[in-house]
Ligand binder design. Structure first.
Ligand code: PMP
Length: 313
C-alpha cells in the first residue's frame, strides 16, 4: 500500500493536502521562519525506515528560532516523538524527508520580529537522491557571495536566507553545473547552496569553520566523527581559499539532502584523479553504514520507525 504525505499542523496530524496557510501569513510575506531538513532512510534489506539524528536537528531548530525571537513550546524529545508518529502515519517504504518549521504565523502586515504570533509545523514526504552520489558532481564557484552574519545570520536556518542559495543554485544550473560553491565576503570558501564542503589534502581533511558563514551541518559533524574515529584522520576546521579547491586531492559535499556527494570538478578543473577518491569513498560507505543501521557503534544516531517498541528519544 503506498503511503500518504502527512503534516503536523496547528497541533494536529492531518494529510499534507489539508494543511494550508493564508496568503497574509507573516512568514510567507517576509521570510520570517526557520526550518530543518531531516531524513529517514529506507533500508530495503531490513524493510526498515531509520530516522537520522532527529534530536540534533530539533536542537538546531530551537537555536535558529531563538535568533528570530521565537521559542518552541515542545521539548526536543516531544518533537522527535511527533516526527515518529508522522512518519508512521505516512507509512511509506522509501527514503523520506521531514520538514519542521517554526514560523511567524499571524496574518498581519509590518516587517518586524516582535509582537507577531508564531506556530510550529512538521511535514513529511518521499524524497530520493538530491545529487548524484554515485557518479559525483561538477561545481562552479558562484558569483553570489554567501550572506554575512552582519546581514542575515546563516547559522540560523532562516527561510529567507535561502534566496541566497537559490540564486547560486540556479546560476550554477544555467552554467551547466550541478551545484554552486559560495565564497564569503572575505573570499574564503563557505559552502554549497545546501551542503557543507570538505577537502582532502595530503591525507588530512579540511572544512571551513563556523566563522566563514556556514550552516554548521549535522552531516558535517557525523562525517568529522567518522573520519576521526574510523579512519584515524586529522580533521581541521580552517579557512579555505578558492584556488585550494582546484589543487585538493579530493573534494566532497555533505548535507541531509546530499548525504556525502563527491565533487569531481570545480570551475572546469578536475579534482585529484577526476574520479571518486578513496577517502571520499570510505566516508560515503561509513556514513551509509551508520544511516542504514549497519554499524552498531552508531546506533545512537538513528531510530528505527517500523517497530512496536516504545519510541526512543
Ligand atoms: N549548508 C546549507 C546552506 C544547508 O542548507 C544545509 C542543509 N541543511 C547544509 C549546509 C548541511 O546541513 P545538514 O548536514 O545539517 O543537513
Amino acid at each position: 500500500m503506498p503511503g500518504t504525505p502527512y503534516a503536523f499542523f496547528k497541533g494536529e496530524f492531518m494529510p499534507l493536502a489539508e494543511a494550508k496557510i493564508g496568503i497574509m501569513t507573516h512568514a510567507f510575506n517576509y521570510g520570517t521562519a526557520v526550518f530543518e531538513g531531516i531524513r529517514a532512510n529506507w533500508n530495503a534489506d531490513q524493510q526498515q525506515l531509520y530516522l537520522f539524528r532527529a534530536l540534533e536537528h530539533f536542537q538546531r531548530l530551537r537555536k535558529s528560532a531563538h535568533i528570530l525571537m521565537m521559542e518552541i513550546d515542545y521539548a526536543d524529545e516531544q518533537l522527535v516523538a511527533i516526527t515518529h508518529e508522522l512518519l508512521r502515519k505516512a507509512a511509506f517504504r522509501e527514503d523520506m524527508y521531514v520538514r519542521p518549521m517554526v514560523y511567524k504565523s499571524q496574518e498581519v502586515l509590518g516587517v518586524r520580529l516582535h509582537d507577531v504570533e508564531q506556530d510550529l509545523l512538521i511535514y513529511t514526504a518521499p524524497f530520493g537522491a538530491y545529487l548524484d552520489i554515485d557518479k559525483g558532481i561538477r561545481c562552479c564557484t558562484s558569483s553570489w557571495r554567501r550572506a554575512e552574519d552582519t546581514a542575515i545570520p546563516v547559522r540560523a536556518k532562516v527561510n529567507g536566507v535561502y534566496v541566497n542559495s537559490a540564486l547560486a543554485k540556479t546560476e550554477a544550473f544555467q552554467r551547466g553545473y550541478e551545484e554552486a560553491i559560495l565564497l564569503n565576503e572575505d573570499g574564503h570558501v563557505s559552502e554549497g547552496s545546501g551542503e557543507n564542503i570538505f577537502l582532502v589534502m595530503n591525507g588530512k581533511l579540511y572544512t571551513p569553520p563556523s566563522a566563514d558563514n556556514i550552516l554548521v551541518g549535522i552531516t558535517r559533524a557525523a562525517v568529522i566523527e567518522l573520519a576521526r574515529a574510523e579512519l584515524g584522520l586529522e580533521v581541521l576546521e580552517a579557512p579555505i581559499d578558492r584556488s585550494e579547491l582546484y589543487v585538493a586531492d579530493e573534494l566532497f559535499m555533505t548535507g541531509t539532502a546530499a548525504h556525502v556527494t563527491p565533487v569531481l570538478e570545480v570551475d572546469g578543473r578536475a579534482i585529484g584523479s577526476g574520479g571518486i577518491g578513496p577517502v571520499t569513498a570510505k566516508l560515503q560507505e561509513l556514513y551509509f553504514g551508520a544511516a542504514l543501521g549497519r554499524l552498531p557503534q552508531y546506533e545512537r544516531w538513528i531510530q528505527p520507525l517500523y517497530t512496536d517498541q516504545p519510541v526512543r528519544a
